[in-house]
Structures are given as C-alpha cells and as structure tokens.
Ligand binder design. Structure first.
Ligand SMILES: NC(=O)c1ccc[n+]([C@@H]2O[C@H](COP(=O)([O-])OP(=O)(O)OC[C@H]3O[C@@H](n4cnc5c(N)ncnc54)[C@H](OP(=O)(O)O)[C@@H]3O)[C@@H](O)[C@H]2O)c1
Length: 501
C-alpha cells in the first residue's frame, strides 16, 4: 500500500547534530530519490547559530557525501538541496519564534502542513513545543501540525508523565509522534505480519503449545565514549524499556481488527498493560544484572580484540564506582488467557560473544518422546544480523533404526534484490503521511515505565557488588536463576540445537 503524502514542511530542530547527519538528512535524500517526497515538500532546519543558506546547503552536501560514498544522482541532489532552507533561532533572541513563524508564513516557499522533528536534547522537548504553541505554530485550524519527539520519552514514570503533561497543554495526542526507531525496522514489522498472515502459526501461538519465549538484543560493542550517558541510563532503560518491550508486544499481542494505526496501537497497549508487574520482594528470581569485565571480543573482520571492562572505562573518565548494568535479563508473564504461565525471558547485553537480535520460541514437549534428550521444536525470528525465520524439527535418521535428529528449515526473509530501508526513512515517511502505527501511544510509554521503574529502583538501592562477566563471553551462568525450569537455557543465534549453556 503506497502512502498518500500531503505537501508539507519538515521543520528540523537539531539538524546539525549527529542523528541528523547520519540518519535524517541521508534518509530524506533517499526518500526523495525513491520519489516518495511530495514535489512541494520543504525542509527547514532550525539551529542556534547564524548559518548562511549556501553554507548550510554545503554542510548538507557533506553529510550526503559522507553517507553515500559511492556517489548519488546529481539530478536528485539538485532537487533535494533546493528543498532545504535554514533558520537561526539563537536562544538569546526573545523574538526567535516569532521570526520562525514569519518565515514559515511564506506560503510560496513553505507548505503549511508542518511536521516538527525535535532532534534535540530531551530537556528541550517541552520548551520548544511551548514556544511553538506561543506563536500559533501548532494550531491545526487550517492545516495539520505534528511533533515528533525523539527518544527517550522520560527517564522514569514520573518524568514521562511530566513531559506528557507539558506537551498536552498544547498538543492533542494525535499530534504527538513518539519515536522508537525499532518500530521502523522492516524485520520488526514483519513479526506481526508473519504471525497473522500465516495460518500455521496462529493455532500454536499460545500457552497450550509454547514452553517459553526469549527476546534478545546482544551486542559485541561496549559503551565506548558514551560512559556518562550510559552510566546514568543502563541496559534496562536504554534497550529494554522500549525496544525490547515493543518487540515483545509484537510477538504477544492479539490480532488487531485491521491495520489502522489506532487498531494496532490498541492491541499493543492492551498487551503491555497486561504484563504482570515485577514482584520486587522476589527480584533475584525475576531479573538479573551484570557488568562486563575486561576480555576479548570478536570485531567485524572476525579477529579478536582485547577490550577493557566497564568499570575500567568509567575510571578512565573519572568515575570510581558504579552499579549500572550492561547486562539485564528479566522474566515476564502476561496475564491473559493466551499466555497464562508462559515465561518471556527478555535480555540485552553489551560485549557479548556475538551481536544478535532475535525472538526465539520454544515449543512444549512433543506428543511422542523417543528419549529424554529429544530436542523441543524452536521457531526463531532473527532480526539481526541476518533477517531469517528458522524452524527446528525432529526427523528420522535414514537407516534401520528408529531414531531422530534435529533438522532446520532456515529461510532468509531478505532476498538479494530487496530494498534496504533505514528505520528512520520509514518513520519520516509515516510522519508526513500521518501514519502513527509505528510511533508510541502515551499509554504504551507509561505501561513500559511502570514495568521497568521498580527494577531500576530496586537495583539502584542494592549495594551488593554487581556480577561481572568477561567481555566476549556468553550469558553469565548465574543468570539462569531466572529460568522457571531446569531444562531451559539461553538460546544463541542460529546454531542448531540452541547450543545449550
Ligand atoms: N544520535 C543518535 O543516533 C540517536 C539515537 C537515538 C536517539 N537520539 C536522540 O535524538 C536527539 C538528537 O540526538 P543527537 O545525537 O543528534 O544530538 P546532538 O548531536 O548532541 O545534538 C543535536 C542538536 O541539539 C543542539 N544542541 C546541542 N547541545 C546543545 C545545548 N547545550 N543547548 C542547546 N542546543 C544544543 C544542536 O543544534 P544547534 O547547535 O544547531 O542548535 C545539535 O545539533 C536526542 O534527543 C537523542 O536522545 C539520537
């Protein structure tokens, strides 16, 4: 289904920042090259500094050159660069937003449907919306006005509620587009489609047949030079609170009545609100945290590299102690009839032996067991590094004896000539098309914080030394404490048999 796009102006706050350079400007360029931008669409970058238009356009050219090293179509480039304008909003100028309104009022240049992309510090989100509202720039009487809020939306439940209260003084829910870029990934969208467009999955997708589900995001990378940000955030808030819970919602939600954004979001909200709150009095059995110690990780070309531990990296940057987790795993239950009693193990970690984002579903024991070690069926939806779907089943070993072995049906979901779309391209297009299905409703955000906050708080006040794992290793053995049954084990990527650990 091709999206209908109105003529609009994208007003990009923070256009000189890292996100804009690496993702937004190149993403908009690719949308233009694909013919997905309206002919009249304009981009107005807003920054604190005075930058002449020609210098700003030269800066954009630099962003495109850096991204598209193989070059790009000159005609598309000329069309794209002509869409771009710049407006200086120095914080010292009390009239800055009036000037912005006056600039945008020129209808010959700027279409009056306005999408604001706030690619700025989270502390600036509410202030910018207030200032836009103060000069009438979010008024929807004649045209639509939408505001995209980058992540994070709050750092806990109270701060998310406070941000929401500040935004809704000026905006309706339908005007707010809260980002979780995971939802822009084709492979994540495919989870829902794979479930609901195949008759063979739905009858099995419940507690009668499923033993447990694992949702994993592991990286080989460490925190790098982001120690200050990471130490204040941790794995739970950085990855688990939104990306992994959103993935879980895709795996476990009921079928939406149609593919309208409201219908999809309504089912996700229901699901997220039915995750059982963590029992903090029993935290040690439900959630596990750890930090990476010095070790050796595999780098891109397959070679090993010695890397320092998390605490050493902090020390380098002047921080002496920390109990912030770089590994977080939790067991969640969903209190609805479909999932009663099925554990969902959700984990994320840095400096693991492999980078992998995957959903692994283990089925219950088969009706016929030839021996105690018979492999249980797994279905794996692998998101990164390889998009594939894999099913492991038992099959007779040809020969005189009655014995089975596990075979695997492994289908790439991405084919050689498929388009490769960055998640920000999808999200930018949907912002302009008014499709909020891949953006978060406030009730999703609040449900996610409600779930995560008690774990964050309990861990913050727990003064016991945080478990250490060697960089480049697999899950700490101690993390198995969260498993419901002794026969459960962490599943790794794509290896046949799940590589018991
Ligand atoms: N980078 C990523 O990959 C990424 C990923 C996920 C989420 N995000 C989110 O996206 C947003 C932008 O990220 P970013 O990495 O692009 O940020 P950034 O490079 O640090 O800054 C973005 C812009 O904010 C303005 N700015 C920076 N420091 C400021 C200050 N002290 N006072 C006022 N304005 C200041 C600058 O714009 P001017 O100087 O032009 O005014 C800058 O270009 C953030 O909310 C971040 O959490 C980023």
């Amino acid at each position: 289904m091709t999206k209908m796009i109105d003529p609009s102006t994208l007003v990009l706050f923070g256009a000189s920042g890292n996100l804009s350079r690496v993702k937004l400007m190149p993403g908009l360029f690719r949308l233009d090259a694909a013919g997905r931008l309206h002919d009249d669409m304009k981009i107005l970058s807003v920054g604190r500094g005075e930058v002449p238009l020609e210098a700003w356009r030269a800066d954009i050219k630099g962003m495109l050159d850096a991204k598209f090293k193989g070059g790009y179509d000159q005609k598309v480039y000329e069309r794209f660069i002509a869409r771009n304008h710049y407006h200086a909003n120095p914080p010292s100028d009390p009239d800055a937003f009036n000037k912005l309104r006056d600039k945008l009022a020129d209808e010959r240049v700027f279409p009056q449907n306005l999408a604001y992309f706030l690619s700025v510090r989270p502390t600036d989100f509410a202030t910018i919306v207030e200032q836009l509202a103060g000069v009438g720039l979010v008024d929807e009487t004649n045209y639509w006005r939408r505001v995209l809020i980058e992540k994070p939306f709050g750092t806990d439940l109270p701060s998310a509620q406070a941000l929401q209260a500040a935004l809704t003084k000026h905006l309706k829910e339908s005007q707010i587009y809260r980002i979780d870029h995971y939802l822009g990934k084709s492979a994540v969208q495919n989870v829902m489609l794979t479930r609901f467009t195949n008759a063979i999955l739905e009858p099995l997708w419940n507690n009668e047949y499923i033993d447990h589900v694992q949702i994993t995001n592991n990286e080989t990378l460490g925190v790098g030079d982001r120690t200050t940000f990471y130490d204040a955030t941790g794995a739970l808030r950085d990855m688990f609170q939104s990306h992994l819970l959103q993935t879980l919602a895709m795996v476990a939600m009921e079928k939406p009545k149609d593919l309208q954004p409201e219908s999809i979001r309504a089912e996700k909200i229901k699901l997220l609100e039915s995750i059982r709150p963590i029992d903090v009095s029993n935290m040690d059995k439900q959630a596990f945290r750890a930090q990476y110690a010095a070790g050796r990780v595999c780098v891109g070309d397959g070679h090993g590299e010695n890397v320092p531990g998390y605490l050493e990296e902090l020390k380098r940057d002047g921080v002496d102690a920390s109990n912030t987790e770089t590994y977080a795993a939790a067991k969640l239950f969903i209190d609805n009839p479909r999932w009663k009693g099925v554990p969902f193990y959700v984990r994320t970690a840095k400096r693991m032996h492999e980078g992998n984002t995957a959903i692994a579903v283990r089925f219950k024991k088969a009706p016929m067991l030839l021996n105690d070690n018979q492999h249980q069926n797994w279905l794996i939806i692998n998101i990164q590094p390889r998009e594939c779907i894999k099913i492991e089943i038992e099959s007779k070993i040809p020969g005189l004896d009655i014995a089975t072995r596990t075979i695997s049906v492994d289908a790439p979901q991405r084919q050689a000539d498929d388009e490769s779309i960055d998640s920000y391209e999808t999200l930018l297009l949907n912002l302009m098309a008014g499709d909020a299905s891949q953006y978060l409703h406030i009730n999703e955000v609040l449900a996610q914080w409600r779930l995560v906050d008690p774990i964050v708080k309990t861990w913050a006040s727990d003064t016991r030394a945080v478990h250490q794992y060697i960089a480049g290793s697999r899950d700490p053995l101690e993390s198995k404490v969260i498993f419901e049954n002794e026969d459960q084990f962490w599943r790794y990527s794509i290896e046949l048999g799940g590589d018991k650990h």
